[in-house]
Design a protein around this ligand. Structure first.
Ligand SMILES: C[S@@+](CC[C@H](N)C(=O)[O-])C[C@H]1O[C@@H](n2cnc3c(N)ncnc32)[C@H](O)[C@@H]1O
Length: 237
């Protein structure tokens, strides 16, 4: 059972307002939240983590299937959506991507990440800008391989009534900071929205998270983590 400090929940939106730009060990940027002592990505490497956890152990696992529906919990800077859109074009996939975000960044904050200054990503400036320019609450066809809907809601509020997903990128802040998001009840809500054979991947590998995922019905695998982190979780339906 997680204890959720009501003071943290009440002041959470204010605590994430003060963001410091931080260069991670692979040279890519992220935000550091001093009030919470938390980062938006691994300080060992933001791009490296996204590629390992979400692309290699998530998307690649499902990409035999050409049409995929993906849910991201914690859209943040849009890094995972951006890298997924590039991979969709490389592998000729058709992806419907839903990005759930309770506290959207401004486009200017997203641009501060300067992901397209990375040599492999420099051709994709327009794609990154378009991902941030699309309207919230509706699907936008970004290109023939990638459709995006950003939803400004919390995971707790949102309802997946008419939607189902092949793949979930669970990229919330960690359980130390937001234990209310890493619960059996919310994992069960995601499980219900997953198609049979669907998977959830997350950077976190805490024992309690694995137990809560199992109680919600998932088969849980522990995989090697990205550089700097020992393990990560992939959970299947
Ligand atoms: C670890 S960061 C995500 C990083 C992001 N995936 C990226 O590529 O930049 C966690 C994100 O979850 C968002 N968040 C916090 N509480 C949330 C909630 N209750 N429901 C949905 N998103 C939430 C935060 O605002 C933040 O953007």
């Amino acid at each position: 059972m997680h204890y959720i400090c009501p003071v943290i929940i009440k002041f959470f939106p204010a605590m994430i307002e003060n963001k410091e730009l931080f260069t991670t060990a692979d040279g890519s940027k992220t935000f550091f939240l001093p009030e919470l002592n938390e980062y938006y990505h691994s300080h060992h490497g933001a791009i490296q983590e996204a590629r390992h956890v979400f692309l290699k152990n998530g998307l690649a696992e499902k990409s035999a299937q050409k049409q995929l529906s993906i849910l991201e919990v914690g859209f943040g800077t849009g890094l995972n959506a951006f890298l997924t859109a590039i991979e969709a074009a490389n592998k000729q996939l058709e992806i419907n991507y839903t990005g759930l975000e309770a506290f959207p960044l401004t486009s200017q904050e997203a641009q501060e990440m300067a992901y397209t200054s990375n040599p492999d990503l420099e051709l994709f400036d327009d794609l990154f800008s378009e991902i941030h320019a699309t309207n919230w609450g509706e699907f936008s066809q970004i290109n023939s391989n990638f459709k995006l809907k950003k939803i400004k809601e919390t995971l707790q509020q949102t309802s997946f009534e008419n939607e189902s997903f092949d793949l979930v990128y669970f990229d919330a802040f960690g359980p130390r900071v937001q234990p209310e998001l890493w619960t059996e009840a919310l994992f069960a809500k995601i499980y219900a929205a997953l198609k049979p054979g669907g998977i959830l991947v997350t950077y976190c590998a805490k024992g309690q998270v694995k137990r809560d995922l199992k109680s919600a019905g998932f088969n849980v695998e522990t995989l090697d983590g990205p550089p700097g982190k020992r393990e990560m979780i992939r959970a299947g339906k």
